[in-house]
Every structure is written in structure tokens, then in C-alpha cells.
Ligand binder design. Structure first.
Ligand code: CP
Length: 292
């Protein structure tokens, strides 16, 4: 799929006649647009649904909304929702027969983000995207782990691929229950020095999911846990920095780091289209059995 995106005509006829519905109850730039682009590049029809401006504001439920869209011919529903477990519920409730893809559910999971992150790390560390694994590679996930679906999906996937994954952040935002195989650090300086990561995944501070104060001030957070030029210079020569976006520049990552040669943030965005094409292809062009 990545190769298709390099061609002059970035289009395959594979999903002609199929309909993909982007069902987004939360805001999104990257995920929604890349799923739309992915579906269009596979020649599927796409319907974009945003809860804002829809009958959800009149009280319509997820079940009724999804069934309404399926009645119009949806073959796949790409769901982003603020409630953890919503995608699982829709996929396994029997409410719809369409394939259901989790595009981020609350603080729970964001599987396609983890897939594109793993692809980006493999590319950057010169492991073939379809190569064997990330055995022994060290990935440091930094920041608001508690509220991060990106962190949870990456912990599952990167460990499955053999990576050593450590978490880092303020004690108030780094749950011990996730038990990362590379350990937990409460200081980014110490994590860089002792863990010596091959890849550092900076996370967004998710203020919208916070009902309390988890760190003293933004300035303090940025000073202790933010990626900046000084920390960047202490990473290994081949080490890379990732961020799922959207970034709070100046808070979890400064502009110099985000725009540096070590940054793979735009590669992540680019790979997101290819990964989502692959997911749609797998679900809609393959066998029906076992596609959920
Ligand atoms: N990474 C990510 O999920 O970004 P969006 O919220 O813009 O989709």
C-alpha cells in the first residue's frame, strides 16, 4: 500500500462498490482524513459522519446511528468515540453486520495508530516494513500515559513485535498497572541516560480527559518531561522521535525537536494512509469469516 501511495496514480480498484462510513463522535484530523483517503485510494465510497450537526444532538444512540448508516449500505464502520469499549460493543453486540474498525475509543485503544507507529519505527531503524520484528529495540513512551489510547495500543503491539518498551512521565500520569517490560521512569533525563531508547514516542497532554490537576504547571511539565534540543542531543545518533499528533508545541515537545532531523512525525502521518488502506483491504477484500 505504501508503494501505491508513491505512484503517480494512487488508486487501486480493489474496494469498488464497497462503502466505508467514518463515524466520528470525537474530533480528528489525521485519523479521519487518512481513513477517508485510504478508502478512496481503494476505490470505495466514503461517508463522513460527525456527531456535531447530526441527530446525535437530538439524543440518537450509537446503536441507532450505526444501524441507520448500515441501512444505507455501509460495509465498514470506522468508529471514534469518547467511551472506552465502544468499538468492541458495536462490533460484538450484533447491532450491525458491517466490519467495525476502532479509530480510538476513549482512553482505551487506538490500534491503527499503533500499527502506523510500528511501521514508522521499522522504517526508521532500517527494518523492512514487512520484516521480522523489533526484537531488542527500545521504545520510550513519554507523557500522559494514563489518558492515552495510543500508549495502550503501542504497549500491546510493540511488545508483541519483541520491543522493550518503557514508560516515562509524572507519577500522577503513569499507571504502574500497565507493567511495561522496560520499566517506568519518572524523569525523562534519567530515562534517556539509563534506558538509551532507539525511539521516543512523545504523547499529547490530554487536557480534555483530565478532571483534576496532574502536574503543577505547564512550565514545570515542559521542563521535566518535555522533549527539547538538549534532550534530543543526548539521544543516540540513529534514535528517532515520534508524536501521534495533535502536538502541543512548547508543552510536551518544543518546535526545534518537532521539526528536527530526528523527528518522524510526518512519516507517521504518511504511513497512516498506507496502514489504513491495508486494514480496509484486509477487512473488506478478504474473507468475511474472522474479519472482526
Ligand atoms: N493521532 C490521532 O489520532 O490524531 P487525530 O486525533 O487528529 O485523528
Amino acid at each position: 500500500m505504501s508503494d501505491v501511495n508513491e505512484r503517480e496514480i494512487k488508486k487501486l480498484p480493489t474496494l469498488r462498490g464497497k462503502t466505508v462510513v467514518n463515524l466520528f463522535f470525537e474530533d480528528s484530523t489525521r485519523t479521519r482524513i487518512s481513513f477517508e483517503l485510504a478508502a478512496k485510494r481503494l476505490s470505495a465510497d466514503v461517508i463522513n459522519f460527525a456527531a456535531k450537526g447530526s441527530s446525535v444532538s437530538k439524543g440518537e444512540s450509537l446503536k441507532d446511528t450505526a444501524q441507520t448508516l448500515e441501512a444505507m449500505g455501509a460495509d465498514a464502520i470506522v468508529l471514534r468515540h469518547g467511551s472506552s469499549g465502544s468499538a468492541h460493543r458495536l462490533a460484538h453486540s450484533g447491532w450491525v453486520q458491517s466490519a467495525v474498525i476502532n479509530a480510538g475509543d476513549g482512553s482505551h485503544e487506538h490500534p491503527t495508530q499503533a500499527l502506523l507507529d510500528a511501521m514508522t519505527i521499522r522504517q526508521a531503524l532500517l527494518i523492512h516494513p514487512m520484516g521480522k520484528d523489533l526484537s531488542g529495540k527500545k521504545v520510550l513512551i513519554v507523557g500522559d500515559i494514563s489518558h492515552s489510547r495510543v500508549a495502550r495500543s503501542n504497549l500491546i503491539l510493540l511488545r508483541a513485535l519483541g520491543a522493550i518498551v518503557a514508560t516515562c512521565g509524572p507519577a500522577t500520569l503513569v499507571p504502574r498497572s500497565l507493567e511495561p517490560n522496560g520499566g517506568i521512569y519518572y524523569s525523562l533525563d534519567r530515562a534517556i541516560e539509563e534506558f538509551a531508547p532507539d525511539a521516543v514516542l512523545m504523547l499529547r497532554i490530554q487536557s480534555e480527559r483530565m478532571e483534576a490537576s496532574f502536574f503543577p504547571t505547564e512550565r514545570e511539565y515542559s521542563r521535566v518531561w518535555g522533549m527539547n534540543s538538549a534532550r534530543l542531543s543526548r539521544l543516540g545518533d540513529a534514535a528517532i522521535v515520534l508524536h501521534p499528533g495533535p502536538m502541543n508545541r512548547g508543552l510536551e515537545i518544543d518546535a526545534a525537536s518537532a521539526d528536527s532531523s530526528k523527528s518522524r512525525i510526518l512519516d507517521q502521518v504518511q504511513n497512516g494512509v498506507a496502514v489504513r488502506m491495508a486494514v480496509l483491504f484486509h477487512l473488506l477484500a478478504g474473507e468475511k469469516e474472522g474479519t472482526r
